[in-house]
Design a protein around this ligand. Structure first.
Ligand SMILES: CC(C)(COP(=O)(O)OP(=O)(O)OC[C@H]1O[C@@H](n2cnc3c(N)ncnc32)[C@H](O)[C@@H]1OP(=O)(O)O)[C@@H](O)C(=O)NCCC(=O)NCCS
Length: 211
């Protein structure tokens, strides 16, 4: 027992956290696709990865082991939202199954939050399956709030929570009529076959109850 926990700690110690760069595409894009698609109920096309990485590669962080194998990745974007906010979006997050529960995803998400904060983001949003306990726990521990429940959001029919982290005071006031659009690029919505119009939304009130 002591041996296995010390080897897990050692594996964590050896990881390097690096920012993605276009010059690393050939080396890392196939690994990023493979890692992320492993746990998805719906595969993303190569265009979805390029959409994010070509424009916001500096908001993608990777955890690499001593052999430069990809252990974890977070992929994001940051752009003005029509509500008037400068909105960050965490599009993808995954850690190799063998390395989960060691704080790797937390570290990657914190790096992404810091980078978006440094670039003056007002808020960060993402969607996650309502049954994804690890992801909900991770994000809620970092201060994300459940803002909406999106029915049948995923192709497998599962619902999602939209999670939201305010980075600046007063951001909530800027966006009273949040239309709840999806953060993914249009190509992604077309690929999935349905978009915001098809996803029914519930708003979650301050007591955490769906309305
Ligand atoms: C979600 C995911 C990225 C978490 O990665 P990770 O490196 O294990 O995460 P961390 O170790 O930083 O922390 C995760 C938190 O969830 C908890 N957790 C991990 N697995 C869990 C599980 N199966 N059930 C409940 N909680 C779990 C951890 O204990 C930790 O919370 P704590 O610090 O309060 O104890 C990883 O499970 C994964 O890749 N899942 C598949 C892809 C995915 O679901 N991505 C998120 C889409 S939004």
């Amino acid at each position: 027992m002591a041996e296995s926990s010390s080897s897990a700690a050692k594996a964590e110690d050896e990881l390097r956290y690096v920012q993605y760069h276009g010059s690393k595409e050939e080396t890392y894009l196939p690994a990023i696709r493979q890692l992320i698609s492993k746990d998805l109920s719906e595969p993303y096309s190569i265009y979805v990865y390029r959409y994010f990485l070509y424009q916001w590669g500096d908001l993608c962080y990777m955890a690499l082991d001593s052999q430069n194998k990809l252990i974890g990745v977070v992929v994001c974007k940051l752009e003005p939202h029509r509500s008037g906010t400068f909105r960050g979006y965490i599009a993808m997050l995954a850690v190799q199954e063998s390395h989960r529960g060691q704080g790797i995803a937390t570290k990657l998400v914190c790096m992404a939050i810091e980078a978006m904060t440094a670039r003056d983001a007002d808020e960060i949003v993402l969607e996650t399956e309502v049954t994804n306990t690890a992801s909900l726990k991770l994000y809620e521990r970092l201060g994300f709030l459940r803002s909406k429940r999106l029915h049948r959001y995923y192709l497998n029919g599962n619902a999602a929570f939209r999670l939201l982290l305010y980075l600046k005071e007063g951001t909530a006031m800027k966006r009273p009529g949040d239309s709840g659009d999806l953060g993914m690029p249009p190509r992604m919505e077309e690929y999935r076959g349905y978009g915001p119009a098809a996803a029914q939304e519930d708003t979650i009130n301050s007591e955490g109850t769906v309305t």
